[in-house]
Design a protein around this ligand. Structure first.
Ligand SMILES: [Zn+2]
Length: 148
């Protein structure tokens, strides 16, 4: 079951690869949503929502979703920029380290000592690791036995 840790680390590596591929340099990881007074062809009176990076280079010149709200989609994209994704990956890696096998002070036999629940549960991999893996359940390699 230690395979869950290996698999989960690979998913975070993939997330990091995807986030970094969306950046053209380290200093451009933070994005913001902004509105221009100039409109779009379908709504010439504006505003036209766009995404720019922290160096004020355009990431998405026009956020123009077919059905969703322009501003809502623009703000959502900006909120989930590479900077945040990389921070979340770093935090998740630290959580995994706390619950990972090989950390003798944290994992004793098949019980995760970091979760510190005594009397049987949680068995290893603990519920913390299973929950961290759950958002990736649709990716190849996820095992139903990991589902919390
Ligand atoms: Zn744990």
């Amino acid at each position: 079951m230690g395979d869950l840790v290996q698999w989960l680390r690979a998913q975070l590596d993939e997330d990091e690869r995807i986030a970094r591929a969306a950046m053209w340099c380290e200093d451009a990881a933070a994005w913001r949503a902004a509105a221009s007074e100039y409109g779009t062809p379908t709504r010439p009176d504006g505003p036209r929502w766009y995404i720019e990076d922290s160096l004020e280079d355009g990431v998405i010149r026009t956020v123009d979703p077919q059905a969703s709200d322009d501003e809502g989609v623009a703000r959502h994209i900006a909120e989930h920029d590479p900077a945040r994704v990389l921070r979340e990956i770093d935090a998740k890696r630290q959580v995994i380290d706390l619950h990972a096998p090989g950390q003798m002070e944290y994992v004793d036999g098949d019980v995760c000592m970091a979760c510190d629940v005594r009397g049987g549960e949680p068995f290893y991999p603990c519920k913390t690791l299973r929950l961290l893996a759950l958002p990736y359940a649709a990716r190849p390699g996820y095992r139903e036995e990991w589902r919390p």
